[in-house]
Design a protein around this ligand. Sequence first.
Ligand code: GTP
Length: 724
Amino acid sequence: MALREIIKKGIRVPSVSISTPLKHGRSSIFAITEIARKPISTSAKNIPEFSFSSFLQGSRCRGVLAKEPLIRWFHASPELLAKRRNEEPIGLKTAKRGNKGKFRKREIGTPPVETPYMPPKPQKTTKSLQDKTIDIFEGMTIVELAKHAGEPITTLQDIVVNVGEKVTSEFDPLSIDVAELVAMEIGLNVRRIHSNEGTDIVPRAPVITVMGHVDHGKTSLLDALRQTSVAAKEAGGITQHLGAFVVGMSSGASITFLDTPGHAAFSAMRARGAAVTDIVVLVVAADDGVMPQTLEAMSHAKEANVPIVVAINKCDKPAADPERVKTQLGAEGLELEDLGGNVQVVEVSAVKKTGLDDLETALLIQAEMMDLKARIDGPAQAYVVEARLDKGRGPLATAIVKAGTLVCGQHVVVGSQWGRIRAIRDGMGKLTEQARPAMPVEIEGLKGLPMAGDDIVVVDSEERARMLSSGRKRKFDKDRLIKINEERIETLEPSEEGPKRIEMPVIVKADVQGTVQAVTDALKTMNSPQLFVNVVHVGVGSVSQSDVDLALACGACIIGFNVKCPPSSVSTAATHAGIKILIHRVIYHLLEDIGNMIVDKAPGTCETQVAGEAEVLSIFELKGRSKAKGDDVKIAGCRVMDGCVTKSSTVRLLRSGEVVFEGCCLSLKREKQDVEKVGKGNECGLVIRDWDDFQIGDVIQCMEQVIRKPKFISSESGAVRIEC
Ligand SMILES: Nc1nc2c(ncn2[C@@H]2O[C@H](COP(=O)(O)OP(=O)(O)OP(=O)(O)O)[C@@H](O)[C@H]2O)c(=O)[nH]1
């Protein structure tokens, strides 16, 4: 849609992304933007005069770097601009530019037509740039970037200038951070490609994630492995410190385990492109066998192209049947070594601590086959495994370095957060100066809380860190808005015809960022055309007064997952405000609770149903007995076959299965006594208002109005849904 149309129609544009080469008429575009950004009541005359320098500043913050590129308006040349001006008289005339690049005068023509502002109906975004990911690398040129991005070189040059970089030629190498910023400004996702060439490359420890069905012993196995570690034995046992730990073996080799068992953490990390895990240990209980989440874990590993080592656990149990498990896994397409494939299987017992050495050996063999190596010099490439907020130390992130060395004091950008690394601690909680590949560490010094799977990028200066972080935040916010919009549309569309949609606003608080995400994702699985679980706010830490205030403002309930009960002052405030706080540690219990709340909250739909059914066995006629007119009255002598016949309800008469009359009951008697209702198996006399044409064999049904609430359904695999 042309800008002129937008202005005319009064559609408010949140902000506009404009990109034009210098001298190609950006001043007029800027002026148009100013009008379009405001509600239509603003007249063009209100636009203040501006100078060339203020325009440049303006274009930086509102034009090229604008947040919502709903409209892209490229001017290729002054000729095209002139042509457009002729074709689309927008009521604005471009200022004439003087020799020194200053605007002398700007004439403003016809103000836009004033029509009331109508918020635009959310529209489905077409498969957008938001979904496009390009590879970027240190030293790439603008020409290369333009080729990857599919954008004109001049557009990118302009953005590079606007992010404060000097450009002398399109063949100038860009730093990887600037390349990312430029890509984000045009709405693209990036994948940073790090070069490994010519540096010190050494073998590294494998990084392993344990997955499997609920209660098959993932946590027990991790605990057992942690205790068998040589390092643990030497240190007299490690207190759990990080979301990852290293098992040192007597041979000197080591294995890094991610202590965030579960598919949610794995998927969340993968969704952010964090290829942290080298191998998945698939835990299957020997007595239970393959279960739904075993299959889920298998597909997660397959999709991520991560090899599996199977640990058949609970082999100490009398009901254990490892052979059956192997057959089941084989039938699911896993090519086990025993069956001629290359997937290793180890029989273990986490409780009896048997088979753990075999498991470690199997993992080392798998790692050896993969020839895992990493560069140890140069800037670190690392990922966040877990993040939490510590009262005294601020945001803390458990990280795994993939390549290079992370050094204390470096400026980093972590996801959309930034900071300067104040301290690095190893798995034992000991301060260290640096972290090398496959070494889980905790870093301190970030300004905000990152998320599991966020990448850690080392940058040269605080300025660069701030700039990259704010660029990422803008992109993150924009993508989030697009996603919310799409989710709303998806859930809204089919419900327009159907029953009214239930919206359930919730606030999610959890112990760590990964859990926040897992809970949020689990809640979203409940969404359907009839239900929208609207996660209005998320955060790490226990439920606070400000959560209660927010919940009150938006009618939300508060979920606290894996957090302590809130202080009594907060609970009291919530009770007074009528805000529900749900504290849970098991996701299925939480979903069940939320499901029940939704059912309670749902208004339900009013339905008519048959409450009782009677068959006409005989017909009596009472002469001149009608109270109103003194006419004859026909009584149907009936037997109640099902349910209950009630005098106050509406009735319908069926003959040969067809409804022939609908009305109300005038009189209901049982053995000459007026009664209100007659139950199944009993006989009664029934008079229907305005109907006396009874026949033997007719069926009289009593109808009642019921409010039907949605049903909460939870399946064995733990999935839940609300059926309206
Ligand atoms: N007999 C026996 N019991 C085990 C073994 N491993 C775990 N268990 C028991 O199985 C139950 C579940 O173990 P967890 O380690 O909590 O299982 P999980 O897979 O981490 O469970 P979720 O975190 O709920 O998915 C506990 O009661 C454990 O004591 C084992 O090797 N032998």
